[in-house]
Design a protein around this ligand. Structure first.
Ligand code: GTP
Ligand code: MG
Length: 203
């Protein structure tokens, strides 16, 4: 706990339709996977309590629609994010190329305070499939250019699903400490007075 409360870390998951954003989150939070495709309409979030370096935090993972016509809430949703996860499908070169646009859109609409330092996690999904179009090396190279961290895995096979979210939680917590605490004034107040001499102080 920080300042007597558990920080709520907002993680936005974006990327083209069908890359597996909902599937990956669902695997992580609910330990389930379905082969049926149901496009996300609008937006929703899943929450999970995570321990990050000794701090208990609530990861609030926001699922968004990759299809433009379902992005009904628009991008105000990006505001106040502590971390952004850019997802592509390793069997689709187009979904990888699209991430540059998704990232730019996030920076424009989300207006993070320090865009050059904002934490991005890039995730290549569907590594269980044979027809790969994007190599790990290529993805890694791009991540170095944009100062993002790269992970790849499979929602279907439950491969490497925890790691990217744990990293998002770590980076998100750093972001939270840097900005949210500063802005809301939620600093920890420590009561130095010994317990037995206290009468009204409840902190
Ligand atoms: P939108 O909501 O339209 O933006 O799509 P999305 O990115 O949320 O994709 P979704 O999670 O709905 O997955 C799309 C399809 O890909 C579904 O049929 C999933 O079952 C399938 N899928 C997701 N992850 C994997 C994976 O790791 N491997 C394989 N083989 N299929 C996957
Ligand atoms: Mg979805």
């Amino acid at each position: 706990m920080i300042g007597g409360k558990r920080p709520v870390l907002k993680v936005i998951v974006i990327g083209d339709s069908g890359v597996g954003k909902s599937s990956f989150m669902n695997r992580y939070v609910n330990h389930r996977f379905s082969s049926a495709y149901r496009a996300t309409i609008g937006t929703d979030f899943l929450s999970k309590e995570v321990n990050v370096d000794g701090n208990t935090v609530i990861l609030q993972i926001w699922d968004t629609a990759g299809t433009e016509r379902f992005q009904s809430l628009g991008t105000p949703l990006y505001r106040g994010a502590h971390c952004c996860m850019l997802v592509f499908d390793v069997t689709s070169r187009a979904s990888f190329s699209a991430l540059d646009g998704w990232r730019k859109e996030f920076l424009i609409q989300g207006e993070p305070q320090d865009p050059s330092e904002f934490p991005f996690i890039v995730l290549g999904n569907k590594t269980d499939m044979g027809n790969r179009e994007v190599s790990g090396k290529l993805a890694q190279q791009w991540c170095e250019e944009i100062k993002a961290e790269y992970f790849e895995g499979s929602a279907k096979e439950d491969l490497n699903v925890e790691k990217p979210f744990l990293r998002a939680a770590q980076r998100g917590l750093q972001q939270y400490k840097k900005h949210t605490l500063e802005n809301t004034g939620h600093f920890q107040i420590t009561c130095k007075q010994p317990r037995e001499t206290r009468n009204t102080c409840e902190c």
